[in-house]
Design a protein around this ligand. Structure first.
Ligand SMILES: Nc1ncnc2c1ncn2[C@@H]1O[C@H](COP(=O)(O)OP(=O)(O)OP(=O)(O)O)[C@@H](O)[C@H]1O
Ligand SMILES: [Mg+2]
Length: 389
């Protein structure tokens, strides 16, 4: 992530946390901390662990009175969204993309699988006439930022429904028996509304298994989810998403009708994403698209979007030369790429004529002969600045 973006995000988090703390909403502070722990676990594990310790230290104090106050704050007859009785936070986020959402950039085979699910929904009666049920549930598996949530939104829109996302971290916030109730409340509401319901980050349940204090609660939660998945009707569509399939209880796994595996996009996919997210800046960056694509190999499309948006900001606000921005990006990313991608990037850099073959070769480790073979002679002579000077 770009440093300035990271700082802005941290500032937002800090401001939100401060607001909750100042209003004395202890339970909400804890929920927010739990979210931050999950968010930072991958890239800032030490920070996440510090926050986690703070969270654990506050746990025992906040248990007593909040449980006594428990009463169902959700009234399905009024069509309100289920909310946690203690925190009042909504347990469901709604994505209403019925006005249109662009098709996610995915492999043909994944698009085919999503298309099948949509078709089965639309032709449920025809299937039923043959005694066949449509796919009722599917798990989306794959690394962060590859379009699992986006595809769930898209799928829901194809079926003509908004997507309801159940945040399991919020559901699990309340300990001692309340989680099961929260969960049932959400499922009841979803079934009544024939909703497309996404259990996002379903591994959150599994990850907490190592936490001794929660074992009883977790068992109840897993049992509740298993029952709900079993009882899920043909009229709704139940989706789950995870980065960590290995953490999911096999009993839960078996109950889903389909498993869709998402991966990093190939070169074509990255190019489509670069073009899509350049949007109105496409012309400005047009000569640099091949190099952008080479630099962004093996990154998630979420990162592609973030990077491209940040380049566009710099061009608009700081009037930075796009060429300079793209070369800086290429230089930064070269070391993360595998051999083939690094070679492609080196050739793109050589073709751009902005650096000497010597410089490119030092940066990427690609032989000058290779560069000359694919990009012609070096337009700039000399070794460029020596390392360490
Ligand atoms: N396949 C894709 N096609 C188009 N855009 C994508 C794709 N994948 C990611 N993006 C962009 O990145 C954003 C985040 O992606 P999304 O939330 O779907 O990732 P995810 O797989 O659910 O990640 P996580 O596991 O972290 O929840 C999307 O809203 C979209 O802007
Ligand atoms: Mg997601």
């Amino acid at each position: 992530m770009e440093t300035t973006d990271a700082i802005i995000e941290l500032e937002d988090d800090f401001a939100n946390l401060a607001r909750l703390a100042a209003s004395g909403a202890v339970e909400d502070v804890r929920l927010y901390l739990a979210k931050l722990v999950r968010k930072h676990r991958t890239y800032h594990p030490e920070f996440a662990s510090r926050l986690d310790q703070t969270l654990k230290a506050t746990q025992t104090r906040s248990l007593g009175p909040s449980i006594m106050r428990r009463n169902g704050s959700f009234d399905s007859t009024q069509g309100a969204m289920p909310a946690d009785a203690d925190s009042k936070m909504s347990l469901i986020r709604v994505f209403d993309d019925l006005k249109g959402i662009e098709c996610p950039i995915l492999s043909q085979s994944l698009l085919g699988q999503l298309g099948t699910i949509t078709q089965e929904r639309k032709e449920r009666d025809r299937l039923a006439a043959h005694g066949i049920r449509p796919t009722r549930s599917a798990v989306f598996v794959g690394p962060p930022g590859v379009g699992k949530t986006l595809s769930a939104r898209w799928l829901a829109a194809q079926i003509g429904k908004p997507l309801w996302v159940l945040d399991l971290t919020t559901v699990m916030s309340s300990l001692l028996g309340k989680t099961g109730n929260n969960l049932r409340m959400v499922f009841e509401h979803a079934k009544e509304n024939e909703a497309v319901l996404l259990l996002d980050e379903v591994d959150a349940i599994a990850k907490r298994r190592s936490d001794e204090s929660d074992v009883g609660e977790l068992k109840r939660l897993v049992t509740a989810i298993l029952q709900e998945v079993d009882a899920w009707p043909d009229t709704g569509l139940l989706l789950a998403a995870t980065n960590h399939p290995e953490l999911i209880d096999p009993a839960l796994w078996r109950r889903f009708d389909a498993i869709l595996t998402f991966g990093l996009a190939d070169t074509q996919g990255v190019e489509a994403a670069v073009r899509r997210y350049l949007g109105p800046s496409l012309d400005v960056f047009a000569p640099w698209i091949p190099m952008l694509v080479s630099s962004l190999q093996k990154t998630s499309l979420s990162d592609v979007e973030r990077t491209v948006t940040s380049l566009r900001r710099s061009v608009v606000l700081q009037q930075t030369d796009p060429a300079r921005l793209v070369i800086e990006l290429a230089t930064r990313n070269a070391s993360h790429l595998d051999k083939v991608a690094r070679r492609d990037l080196a050739i793109e850099l050589a073709r751009s004529g902005s650096l000497s073959h010597n410089q490119i070769s030092e940066m990427t480790g690609v032989a000058r002969d290779t560069l000359r073979k694919y990009a012609g002679p070096s337009p700039i002579k000399g070794r460029g600045p020596k390392k360490g000077t």
